[in-house]
Write a protein that binds this ligand. Sequence first.
Ligand code: BES
Ligand code: MN
Ligand code: MN
Length: 458
Amino acid sequence: MDLKEIRDIIQNNRQRYLNELMELLKIPSVSADSQYKDHVFKAAKYVKQKLDEAGIDESEIHTTKGFPIVYGEKIINKSWPTVLVYGHYDVQPADPLDLWDSPPFEPVIKDDRIYARGACDDKGQFYIHIKAFEILNKINNVPCNVKFMIEGEEEVGSDNLEEFVKSHREKLAADVVLISDTSMISLEHPSITTGLRGLSYLQVEVTGPKRDLHSGTYGGTVANPVNVLCKMIASLKDENNHITIPGFYDKVIDLTQDERAAIARAPYDENEFKNGLDVAELEGEKGYTTLERVGIRPTLDVNGIWGGYIGEGAKTVLPSKAFAKISMRLVPNQSSDEITKLFTDHFKRIAPKSVRVKVTPFHGGEPAVTSTQSKPYKAAEKAFETCWGKTAIPTRDGGSIPIVALFERELGVDSVLMGFGLDSDAIHSPNESFGIPNFLKGIETVVFFHHFLRSNSR
Ligand code: BES
Ligand code: MN
Ligand code: MN
């Protein structure tokens, strides 16, 4: 395969690729908000159509109890390696809308970046794979069997994917799951993600008096659920930012000195990191570096907290209820269900008698670590060497893609996490964007991944 030939094809088709991606980005496929339901279905249709146009042999929109899974395949030779591409066409809600510089579903290109909700997470990233496949097909040189599985519920916990995977083991059989839904260090330092954290996400509700009370008539006599909730949450970490839930760390695997040294070799500039976020100081678990805190250590965060009066001006009220949404990011060997249970038991135990506590678990997911010794990983390394002229650095990311552990468990297939986003792309935030160089170089790299996976296996 000739790098110059591939680069020329990409350059000559650049505008069309971008236009197609922008059409996809115009569809507000927000899975979390039922108001956008029809648009999520519309995005699934668009993805199927683009797979068909790229030259996939068989494709279908598999309906589920929730949003559909778009599946497509081109099986050329059973003795060749098979790549299963996974991605998601659903996106996070766009709010707060007033913080966007341009409307989230009216993509614009500015300074060589596309701005839109989903530009990086994950529409721009999985579209890389459809265009890479289109190129391979056009030059009559698809080197591997290719399967696509693009779902529409990733951002809400992939509830119906497990069932689909379990009932289609044969259809989904593959040598590798290839995913672009993570970030790389920078355009100068390409990297391959080799670990993702797991997740326990839950909501807590603290109830005090049976109704809202006048904060003067009753203040100082009855427990205020908002005050109580704040105290309870504050107690979940000690002065070293160690989580205080008994048993929380019991199963956490400590890394060896070698593994920690490998993490420390990745380029990282603390000042750049701080300045990029406008914070004067970083904070995290004592005894670990920032890269360790995000990659190999579990954590607990409040994602939202509310209760009482939050409207304009002042209202004197002692609220009846207080709520918080809490996430815990997990690392190997923690289990989402076990951690949810430990949290729930602990949270109920520490509640004062003056309140009642309800804990509602939401979605979860298991952590995952992928091999750096497998043939697919080696193929990814070679693809980066060819297209970027650099060796990709293995990194552990802090985010979660629960299906990675699921594929490993249910299909026995390891993933290669070939992400092309940057942390500064602001996924899940206002003004999400994706660099056009990342998009185009991603296409090139994926083309060569297929090439090397096949030639390595001969
Ligand atoms: N693509 C992200 C996960 C991600 C982002 C991994 C950056 C590594 C680096 C994915 O779409 C996502 O947002 N996952 C959720 C979990 C899911 C169960 C809602 C997350 O990590 O919060
Ligand atoms: Mn994603
Ligand atoms: Mn996401």
